[in-house]
Design a protein around this ligand. Sequence first.
Ligand code: PLP
Length: 444
Amino acid sequence: MKIDNSSALFERAKAVLPSGYTRQMVVTKPHPLYVSHGEGCWITDVDGNRLIDWVNNFSAQIHGHAKAEIVEAITEQASSVQSTTMPSEWEVKLAELLVERIPSVDKVRFMNSGTEANIIAVKAARAYTGKSKIAKMEGGYHGQYDLLEASYQPMPDAWGNIGEPNSVAYHPGTPQSLLDEVVCLPLNNIDAARAILRSRASEIAAVILDPWRLQVGMVEPQQDFLEMLREETEKLGIILIFDEVWCLRFGYHGYQGATGITPDMTTMGKIIGGGQPIGALGGKDEFMSVFALGEDGVPLIKHSGTFTANPMSLAAGYTAMELMTRDAFDALDSTNDRLREGLEAIRVDCELPGVVQGSGSVSALIMTNIPITDYRTLAFAAASGLLEKLGVFEKALLQQGVMTLRGGFVGSTPMTNDDIDFTLNGYRKAIEAVDKTHPGLLRS
Ligand SMILES: Cc1ncc(COP(=O)(O)O)c(C=O)c1O
């Protein structure tokens, strides 16, 4: 693979960006590949390498790249108004679409990222309940808000008792007073999580979780764990927030539609921006009333922002979401079913450990026999070689023209059966290549 032009750009980047990077999640050695252009599910770097894009900007590009309808909507909007203090019809249209589709959503506020949506959700829950603490899952990711980064990746020497996990700082310098505002829950441990909620209910404003998974390791919250959270939060006067920033891509009614569990508030982002920056908070009227103007004309939460509800993001987002009909979701899922079947066949043929995980448009072959059920088992598997394996394998796949998220797959609507065949063929070749360069690694 030719990388001269990317190498040259990285040399320039190192002079002006810390270590040459702006996003931690894209750090790769020796350096990242720099993008030239994309089309559909394919992306080409500045050296002319053409890769099938199974990352889709961490799930945001559900239609891949340069989707004609989205390009047209953005182009038209850019040649008219890019941002202004005046609201646009797009704002109403995208809000109407979300209210119609997502069960927990009666009203919507827009933001510019998933992180921001979670920040505002926390403020709203605090204002509504008058309580300050937020409960989150150990290992849960909700963006870059330092409060919700607590215990995102705690180490064994700090994480404490599984029955009552410590709230651990993600970054040095995080104030203890902030960590004290976070109550950590052990995912999928129904008895322990219930006991914590019951004993601290008078302090907890909200429970927030991604109902689909914990980190990229795809630890799924079990349905009975989600049901317990719904039941207890309702009884205890705690707001239940589903962070669907990633998992809204699981269906026409979001992930909550698939589980049949309706939270009080939902945070959204990624796919609802059609490739432009966006975030949104939706919820039942009762909870969203904190944003409504009071009799004195002042709301409890004064949420605003220079680029909030900018028409570029909303035009792209509405166009992208309107294209995601029920049929489009079904087609996307069935293409990805084919991928999962192919991965399973390869796993059996090549005698690899592990299981093919995932559903909808997200999949991975997790190459380990260590059962992963929560953050701690995931951390154990990662430290026992899984992380190294995924890193090596991701690079081998890239050499085959397959760009993945640590060997995992996030699909997009332009993908065809030919693209799946290309991917599976590349997967087999990557296994052969790793078997030569790192004998035994994939089977350890
Ligand atoms: C579940 C979840 N919540 C929040 C975020 C943060 O969203 P953003 O990167 O738009 O701030 C992400 C991003 O990956 C996410 O996966």
